[in-house]
Design a protein around this ligand. Sequence first.
Ligand code: MN
Length: 181
Amino acid sequence: PLPFADTALEPVISAQTIGFHYGKHHKGYFDNLKKLIADTELADATLEAIVLATHGDAAKKTIFNNAAQCWNHNFYWNSLSPTAQTPSGALADAITRDFGSLADLQKALADVSVKQFGTGWGWLVKDGDTLKVMSTEDAEVPFTRGLVPLLTIDVWEHAYYLDVQNRRADHVNALVAGHLN
Ligand code: MN
């Protein structure tokens, strides 16, 4: 289940967008994955194990794409919040150390998310002990590269097109300013 009501992020993300994004796109990846792994050695594996077992294998690209998109969307919904959450403690200290300030992190995260060419994801990750922002293409997920995901923004067009059409930057900036967990 979603961690918030489908109206909780309005007007930045409308209930209509949540309805299609969660109810059609995310569910579609999940339904596809269940069919793809039924009666295979991956049928009882965790989502993370399926992603790691299929990443980089051309013959298993379809399984990877659907599994990684399930993982990314699970993580995405939990990256969002009806109200902005303010980092504290060790996380706040690490943000100051690696970005200068929370505002600098927000700017860097928005920048990589807006500049991702085509479909993909913007991320805050932990690389060893260092915080970094990055983007990935399509269904790619940072933990296949040994990076620990902390936060993500979906920049596939289905995440924002019903609400702001082609204005990805408006969508990303509004999320970064007020709706990240
Ligand atoms: Mn999506």
